[in-house]
Design a protein around this ligand. Structure first.
Ligand SMILES: O=C(NCCCCCn1ccc2cnccc21)c1cc(-c2ccc(F)cc2)cc(O)c1O
Ligand SMILES: [Mg+2]
Length: 206
């Protein structure tokens, strides 16, 4: 995938990086990027929220990192967390090829360890937008952890990938029934397939 980006995408052009990855995943080999269809929904939410601070849980190869960072205002910060060092190494190169390294801080480690340290380590007060795309059984515990650590403010937006496939039933149950969130489901498809999937957008009400 990285070779395809370096071969087919223009340095400093995030859109060409996104296009090169999508082409590779359609023509050569499937990969678990959010993809072009759900990616358009992600773009519209990022544009609408126009966040100053973003947390992405699950960098993978940096596809959604590039999509988000390319839409951020100049002073905005995106912190992206990746557990797998091999994925992180690839993502750093993809993000650099897109010319977005100044907007992105890639951190290696587990969400459960890093979320409690966000304030002290990165001088973050609260996140305007959180994109959840990591282990599906961590969406719920990490959302509760973010609440407990005071990382969400009235109006913070959570956008969760894969709420249908692979699925995050406990997260959906919680977020859709909690009086502290207003949720909306964006029906779509699993990246590069016809299988149903979707994004759940939730506003923290404080
Ligand atoms: O598993 C998925 N993503 C998570 C990958 C591992 C994340 C690890 N990680 C990263 C940061 C981090 C921080 N703390 C702890 C752990 C952390 C995923 C899977 C599918 C999928 C796969 C097969 C299939 F047949 C259908 C669908 C599609 C997606 O879009 C996905 O996102
Ligand atoms: Mg995903």
């Amino acid at each position: 995938m990285l070779a395809a980006v370096q071969k087919n995408a223009t340095r400093g052009d995030p859109r060409s990086v996104v296009k090169a990855i999508d082409q590779f995943c359609r023509q050569k080999e499937w990969a678990m990027n959010v993809g072009d269809e759900k990616g358009c929904i992600l773009d519209s939410v990022v544009t609408e929220v126009n966040p100053a601070t973003v947390l992405e849980l699950g960098t993978y190869c940096g596809y959604s990192t590039v999509r988000i960072a390319s839409l951020l205002p100049s002073n905005a910060k995106l912190i992206t967390l990746e557990f797998n060092p091999d994925y992180a190494a690839i993502a750093r190169q993809v993000i650099a090829w897109a010319g977005l390294e100044d907007k992105v801080q890639l951190v290696e480690g587990a969400s459960g360890d890093w979320i409690p340290k966000m304030k002290e380590k990165f001088g973050i007060e609260t996140f305007d937008l959180v994109f959840l795309d990591h282990w599906k059984d961590r969406y719920l515990p990490d959302t509760k952890l973010m609440e407990e650590c005071g990382l969400l403010r009235k109006g913070s937006i959570l956008l969760a990938d894969n709420v249908i496939c692979p699925g995050t039933p406990d997260y959906l149950e919680y977020i859709r029934n909690s009086p502290r969130y207003k949720s909306q489901y964006f029906k779509s498809h699993l990246e590069y397939t016809k299988v149903e999937d979707g994004l759940e957008k939730s506003v923290f009400l404080g």
